[in-house]
Design a protein around this ligand. Structure first.
Ligand code: SAM
Length: 148
């Protein structure tokens, strides 16, 4: 189990970094705990995850695909496993800012090269990329991409 503080800490980070982006898509959101934390901070959040069992939050019970019509100002992922890449691809297609805390890679890459790889993909797509660290145990590096 990851650090249970991660939802609150990431929600605080997101509202601080993105004060104007109110419609947030939380990709691979699991039970919807990040959604709950962001909703409590006044954001309009939709979680995508294939799980049938989840909290009573706005929830799309499916995996995100590139064909999904866009209704978000910001797309985020907290330990999104195999969905990390599609977050960046979707953000690229719709020129959305993104913030992701990667965990596992989708191609057997170790953690640090995977972080670098995600940053490189985003830079090549035209994002300005920055990195931060949340005060949580475990995988805590946040990659943020913005079109500026
Ligand atoms: C490690 S869990 C993290 C869940 C939650 N964000 C958390 O921090 O507790 C990874 C989640 O990714 C979901 N997932 C993987 N690929 C996805 C995709 N393309 N779209 C949406 N969810 C996806 C899985 O169903 C799983 O719930």
């Amino acid at each position: 189990m990851g650090d249970l503080q991660r939802f609150e800490r990431f929600a605080d980070f997101l509202v601080r970094e993105f004060p104007s982006e109110t419609r947030i898509w939380d990709i691979a959101g699991g039970m919807g705990k990040l959604n709950e934390a962001l909703t409590a901070r006044g954001r309009d959040v939709l979680t995508f995850d294939a799980r049938a069992k989840h909290l009573p939050v706005q929830f799309a019970e499916r995996l995100l695909t590139l064909g999904e019509p866009c209704a978000a100002d910001l797309i985020v992922g907290l330990h999104p496993d195999g969905a990390t890449r599609i977050i960046v691809e979707y953000a690229t297609r719709h020129r959305l800012p993104f913030a992701v805390i990667p965990c596992c890679s989708d191609n057997s890459m170790p953690y640090k090269p995977w972080l670098r790889h995600i940053g490189e993909i985003a830079r090549e797509a035209g994002f300005t990329v920055s990195e931060s660290e949340l005060k949580i145990s475990g995988r805590c590096r946040v990659i943020v991409g913005r079109f500026v």
